[in-house]
Design a protein around this ligand. Structure first.
Ligand code: NAI
Ligand code: MG
Length: 357
């Protein structure tokens, strides 16, 4: 069956890295192991430039019909003076909410060739392989009421609301337990149940659904301790599950353990398995147009797409093996370059992966 892929290159380095990732995907099409139909559309600043909106109607229509979406990145200084609803970043939030992409999977894997690029000592991060499961459409980022108000005494007060329903916690919890079942069967749920009622409910629900997964060893950490443990002894973790705000912060911290933001892919899934796949970095305006961005995070996002939306785990594994092979050959883009390696540009890195495949 032909699967529909929507490609949203976006802004800045987005088009450069997505071009390389599509070359990699097309290796499988050309050899006959994958049947896809790819369409392209605008998002972010590119959507604003083409149609006056960061998430144009035409993009929305294609997104709703797609089996999977590959996104580059959005944003750039040229859009910083626009009204907030027209800003590129709003396009990204809109498509996530529109498609109900509540489960954000962020693997933090250290490729041994990049151990010297990590912010931690090599022995602490050797073979690091953590999967962070972050809830993406709830929590204090979306909770009502929110705003900035002026009190009777004239002082201003800002407020947001942390909120999760039991069913929202349960569905992300099940995603996390299912993920743990396919990995090392260890799940750490991160909350602040000692202080926040929302996360007291979170912990209660995790314990309840954990009974359906007797093989998974469930543990709990308060978020402050989890942050400390991530930089003290990150290899104790297999799968971590947490809410939107804690997951945002912890996954960025975990990312840095692996060397470069240019290496890290992500998947955002909804309940029907439709997914959006994107590197975790932004549009990198400082290097956009120079042809030097690292395309590996986007190429590894294609691997996640093959695994989670296209039911092609063997092809996903082949991409990951090709990345290892190319790193072992010593090829490095600027962000992961260390002395003695061969510095390559975006196109050469993409070509090396294609050649390895
Ligand atoms: P950024 O992730 O774009 O860049 C941070 C630093 O990492 C820069 O020095 C950049 O050159 C470098 N970098 C990022 N990706 C790289 C790659 N593939 N290869 C080599 N180096 C890379 O974050 P920044 O600068 O805070 O934001 C720039 C723009 O991107 C802003 O408009 C921001 O709103 C947007 N943004 C978009 C995201 C998305 O589309 N998912 C996520 C984060 C930021
Ligand atoms: Mg973040």
């Amino acid at each position: 069956m032909t699967k529909k892929i929507l490609v949203l290159p976006g802004d800045g380095i987005g088009p450069e890295i997505v071009t390389e990732a599509m070359k990699v995907l097309n290796v499988f099409v050309d050899e006959g192991s994958l049947n896809i139909e790819a369409e392209y559309a605008h998002i972010g600043g590119a959507g604003y430039d083409a149609e006056g909106k960061p998430y144009p109607k035409s993009t929305q229509t294609l997104a709703k019909a797609a089996d999977a979406i590959l996104l580059g990145a959005v944003g750039g200084p040229k859009y910083d003076t626009l009204d907030r609803p027209l800003r590129p970043e709003r396009g990204l939030l809109a498509i996530r909410a529109d498609l109900g992409l509540y489960a954000n999977l962020r693997p933090a894997i250290l490729y041994e060739e990049l151990a010297s690029a990590s912010s931690l000592k090599p022995e602490l991060v050797a073979n690091l392989d953590i999967m962070i499961v972050r809830e993406l459409t709830g929590d204090i980022y979306f909770g009502q009421p929110r705003g900035i108000e002026t009190l009777p005494n004239g002082e201003r007060r800002g407020f947001n609301t942390m909120v999760y329903t039991e069913s929202e916690i349960e569905r992300i919890g099940r995603t996390a337990f299912d993920t743990a079942m396919k990995r090392g069967k260890k799940l750490c749920s991160v909350d602040k149940a000692n202080v926040l009622e929302t996360t007291e409910l979170w912990r209660e629900v995790m314990i309840r659904i954990g009974k359906d997964y007797p093989e998974v060893e469930l543990s709990h950490l308060y978020v402050d301790n989890a942050a400390m443990q991530l930089v003290r002894a990150p290899k104790q973790f297999d799968v971590m599950v947490t809410g939107n705000i804690f997951g945002d912060i912890l996954s960025d911290a975990a990312a840095m353990l692996t060397g470069s933001i240019g290496m890290l892919p992500s998947a955002s899934l909804n309940k029907s398995g439709v997914g959006m796949y994107e590197p975790i970095h932004g549009s990198a305006p400082d290097i956009a147009g120079k042809g030097i961005a690292n395309p590996l995070a986007t190429i590894l996002s294609v691997a996640m797409m093959l695994r989670y939306s296209l039911n092609q785990p063997e092809l996903a594994t082949r991409i990951e093996a090709a990345v290892k092979q190319v790193l072992a050959q010593g090829k490095r883009t600027g962000d992961i370059y260390t002395e003695g390696c061969e510095k390559v540009d975006t196109i050469a890195m993409g070509a090396a992966i294609v050649a390895a495949l």
